[in-house]
Design a protein around this ligand. Structure first.
Ligand code: FE2
Length: 321
């Protein structure tokens, strides 16, 4: 005789729960940090609670900001840019190897691979995709960023990597599947361009199946050390700021070198078209997909609110891949 059938969990009520019969209701957890932004509102950047949530937790998800047709164009134009990089029909500056897993840097097809290979990244994709340029400079996005970071937000434009199209795939032949714990400021710890925030425009919705963002809410308020300890044994320059963050408190634990669980971390899932903003001081990582044959495609870049004149090329590759 088999075990008895467990009792059905009651359906969620009208309390912000899942609303799906048999799925437990978790009021306040579904859609944590998600703010609906309607560009036709008189002041669309003033979504109630958005700034408070960002300052407390270090991230927000803007939903409804970008029209579906624009997201469709981003997908099409980025796929074309990716094919052009693979075909070598656009300048080499668009094809990145600097972010790749080391074993793929010199062998973009992957060890033992002779196929067409993957192009996991297209740098300066805003120069190849008008839709990306439109979305990355969206006036409401910029207004939200001004209210979060201060009035003088700016982007690197032609410098750095520009806007990056990122196509994460789980296979061993893929050069980018996941990334370990880091804060974005740790990649340029000598610069006074901070504070800043990264934006990510999601082409694919995220899930455990195709990978997702892990964050430690509130970690942007800790004084996180520059990446003196890092898994790639990259040297931190002597002129690096010793710590980065909005507060002086030492982190309650040290930032893991790889993918270990951090107490208090949560998963942040996005829908297609969502624009995720996270602070440059926030601890984050990305989990690899659990299903094969999936993609996790997005477009990302950042805005800064510090000293623009202090910018110079720097990239400390401290995070595990
Ligand atoms: Fe990052």
């Amino acid at each position: 005789m088999g075990s008895p059938i467990p009792p059905q969990v009651p359906a969620a009520g009208p309390d912000g729960g899942s609303g799906v019969r048999g799925v437990p209701s978790m009021p306040g957890m579904t859609g944590l940090g998600v703010f609906t932004v309607n560009p036709s509102d008189p002041d669309p950047a003033a979504a109630p609670g958005l700034a408070e949530f960002y300052h407390q937790h270090g991230f927000v998800v803007l939903r409804g900001l970008l029209p579906a047709a624009l997201v469709d164009s981003i997908e099409d134009e980025c796929a074309a840019a990716q094919r052009a990089v693979l075909a070598g029909t656009v300048p080499q500056r668009h094809g990145s190897t600097q972010y790749l897993d080391a074993r793929h840097v010199d062998r973009p097809n992957g060890p033992g691979e002779s196929g067409p290979g993957y192009v996991n990244y297209v740098e300066h994709v805003e120069e190849l995709s008008p839709a990306v340029r439109t979305a990355a400079t969206d006036p409401v996005l910029l207004e939200v960023l001004r209210r979060l970071l201060g009035n003088d937000v700016w982007a690197l434009d032609g410098s750095g990597s520009g806007v990056v199209y990122q196509d994460a795939r789980p296979g061993r032949e893929s050069g980018y599947t996941r990334i370990g714990w880091h804060s974005d400021w740790q990649a340029m710890p000598s610069l006074d361009v901070w504070p800043g925030a990264a934006f990510t425009i999601h082409v694919d919705a995220t899930s455990p199946a195709n990978g997702f963002l892990r964050v430690v809410p509130g970690s942007h308020r800790w004084a996180t050390p520059a990446p003196y300890r890092n898994i790639n044994n990259v040297a931190v320059p002597a002129d690096a700021r010793p710590t980065g963050g909005y507060g002086n408190a030492e982190p309650p634990c040290s930032m893991p070198l790889g993918f270990e669980k951090v107490p208090g971390e949560i998963a942040v899932y996005a829908e297609r078209g969502d624009v995720l903003l996270h602070d440059a001081y926030l601890w984050h990582s990305a989990a690899r997909a659990t299903a094969d044959d999936t993609t996790r495609r997005h477009v990302r870049s950042g805005y800064y609110a510090g000293d623009r004149a202090s910018y110079r090329e720097q990239f400390i590759k401290n995070a595990a891949r």
